[in-house]
Design a protein around this ligand. Structure first.
Ligand code: CA
Length: 252
């Protein structure tokens, strides 16, 4: 099936994946740091990664702590760090009146650490090990919450008669609202943001279910079938989500 790309109205497409939010990752364990950086960069974030608290402070450009030109939109912060530890770093930024969203990522899982982290001004807390999907979702939520102060145009992604509202978790198909599960929604969002791209099942598992998902590639097929039943006029003759034999699936 050939569908011309010009059927997409560019003005209707605002790809969330291209948001360039600046994230400072402070984590001394190299393997975890690399995983986080990879996960965030794949989602279109601009990432600066450091391995200790002092370098993190330097990167924050201490003289610009309260200024509008603070160099980051989000800080991902480990607690147990060489030199300046995460709690002290967080406390210091808040003491200086800096309100950058802070997501604490820590192996410390006691209630006390969690509560303490939030009490000294962190915005959210995620324990290691974590799923990359959940981690990225939390980063996005923090950035979104931070942006609420400045009104933004609602984002929509449209392809022919399917309209997806990423921030409202809402989908309209031929003018009618359809109910999608979170997985189905994420799958459709990914497809619509990458029209005509061919996805292998492994890639979809990785993107939609997360790196640590242990399961069958058939899971993807099942979700595709459900999605087709909700989108397609005739699910047995799909027009939107087509099967690419030997590779996987394509949208559009
Ligand atoms: Ca650590």
């Amino acid at each position: 099936m050939m569908l011309a790309l010009n059927m997409l109205n560019n003005s209707d497409i605002q790809n969330l994946g291209t948001v360039t939010n600046r994230v400072l990752v402070v984590e001394d364990e190299e393997s975890i740091r690399e995983l986080i950086v990879l996960g965030l960069e794949e989602e279109g974030f601009n990432v600066v990664a450091v391995g200790d608290g002092q370098t993190a402070l330097d990167k924050c450009q201490v003289q610009a702590l309260q200024a509008q030109d603070f160099p980051f939109d989000l800080i991902v912060l480990d607690l147990m760090l060489p030199q300046v530890n995460g709690l002290d770093l967080c406390r210091f930024l808040r003491y200086k009146g800096n309100h950058v969203p802070i997501l604490i990522v820590s192996a410390k899982t006691t209630e006390t650490d969690r509560v303490l982290g939030l009490e000294i001004g962190a915005d959210d807390y995620i324990s290691k090990p974590f799923s990359m999907r959940e981690f990225v979702a939390r980063c996005r939520a923090l950035l979104r919450r931070n942006r609420l102060n400045t009104p933004v145009e609602p984002t929509i992604v449209q392809f022919q008669d399917i309209i997806l509202y990423p921030e409202e978790y809402r989908v309209m198909v031929r003018g009618v609202a359809v109910n999608l599960s979170p997985r189905e929604f994420r799958l459709l969002e990914l497809f619509m943001q990458n029209p005509r791209r061919v996805w292998g099942r492994e890639q979809l598992l990785d993107k939609v279910w997360g790196m640590d998902f242990i399961g069958d590639r058939k899971t993807v097929d099942v979700h595709i079938r459900w999605l087709r039943e909700k989108l397609e006029l005739d699910p047995s003759q799909p027009q939107y989500i087509t099967t690419v034999r030997g590779f996987g699936y394509r949208f559009g």
